[in-house]
Design a binder for this molecule. Structure first.
Ligand SMILES: *[C@@H]1O[C@H](CO)[C@@H](O)[C@H](O)[C@H]1NC(C)=O
Ligand SMILES: *[C@@H]1O[C@H](CO)[C@@H](O)[C@H](O)[C@H]1NC(C)=O
Ligand SMILES: *[C@@H]1O[C@H](CO)[C@@H](O)[C@H](O)[C@H]1NC(C)=O
Length: 292
């Protein structure tokens, strides 16, 4: 059955020739088909493809610092509490079962990083850097610090930044030292590409340290609030208004999507996008059938 409004259109068409009537009739069918296709495409457009939105964990305040452990398909992240004695908590989310857990035994946990080769998980908090065993849920202090740990990144060793001084450190073989290349500057978020070129942000923007010529190149004046790499080592970052990818060949920044109040993002193995927003932890899942 066609909706009655279409019958009116068709009846009015009787005034015209049969040929014209058929045109109107087909136009109505085409219109209805387009509407149905648009309904199936309910979602957001990201980098030219359609994605549906699924809230994996609602009611979290400011989910920050996403790290996916690709070896166990687990997302580590932090969120804010209303508790004055402990402003942040670290948590993890099983990306298959969606089971949510808070990391026990670490106060004011904020940062996370994973050695994807071994599945070793590192967590950063007010008092230092911890290792975390997902099976036993046991956290062990690896490196005490007198500053808060702000962000961490693993690449042949553990990089971390501190707050409030915004200094970059590197832990290798049990020793923690300032990152030599970033000794003279502030760094809040750090990531390294497959060739170990370093990307870092501070309040002036986003920069790349070119290892071969030992020079710092500005990539943009973006306000960066989260940065990490996907399973292929490609580097993504967020600013409060969207998700971006760093093109390490052309030294450019590509915006994937514009969104309000983004705190963090991470790319799943299959290309789905996890995002921390005011809704909680959200997954944008690619719809293969639908292309607008
Ligand atoms: C964005 O889309 C272009 C064209 O389809 C593709 O080449 C590129 O890899 C995509 N970028 C990301 C980050 O998915
Ligand atoms: C951020 O780093 C760049 C590159 O080293 C530097 O020029 C700039 O002064 C730094 N900004 C701050 C606020 O330290
Ligand atoms: C580093 O700089 C050199 C000289 O400009 C350039 O040829 C090279 O591609 C750069 N490397 C990266 C990773 O940007």
């Amino acid at each position: 059955m066609l909706p009655s409004v279409y019958y009116i259109v068709i009846l009015q068409a009787f005034e015209y020739s049969v040929h014209e009537m058929m045109l109107v009739y087909f136009a109505v069918i085409v219109l209805a088909t387009v509407q149905a296709a648009e309904e199936k495409c309910d979602g957001v457009s990201i980098n030219g493809s359609m994605y549906t939105k699924e809230v994996l964990k609602p009611y979290l305040d400011s989910p920050y610092q996403f790290t996916i452990d690709y070896t166990t398909n687990t997302l580590f992240f932090s969120y804010s509490t209303q508790n004055k004695d402990e402003r942040f908590k670290l948590a993890y989310l099983d990306l298959e079962s969606k089971e949510f857990n808070v990391v026990p035994g670490i106060k004011d946990g904020f940062a996370s990083a994973v050695d994807q080769a071994t599945g070793k998980v590192f967590l950063g908090a007010k008092g230092g850097v911890y290792s975390f065993n997902l099976k036993t849920k046991q956290a062990n202090l690896l490196q005490p610090t007198n500053q808060n740990i702000w962000q961490m990144f693993y690449k042949d060793g553990l990089y971390y930044s501190t707050y409030p001084k915004e200094e970059a450190y590197f832990i290798k073989d049990g020793a923690s030292n300032r990152v030599e290349e970033l000794k003279e500057m502030r760094a809040m978020l750090i990531a390294l590409d497959e060739n170990k070129n370093m990307y870092f942000s501070n309040s002036s923007g986003l920069f790349k340290y070119n290892k071969s010529i030992k020079e710092i190149l500005p990539l943009g004046d973006n306000v960066v609030n989260g940065m990490n790499s996907d399973v292929n080592g490609e580097i993504y970052f967020t600013s409060p208004n969207g998700i971006f990818k760093i093109n390490d060949k052309f030294n450019t920044v590509e915006r994937l999507v514009t969104l309000d109040n983004v705190y963090a993002a991470a790319i799943e193995k299959d290309g789905n996008i996890l995002c921390g927003t005011d809704e909680g932890v959200v997954r944008f899942k690619k719809i293969n059938k639908c292309h607008l």
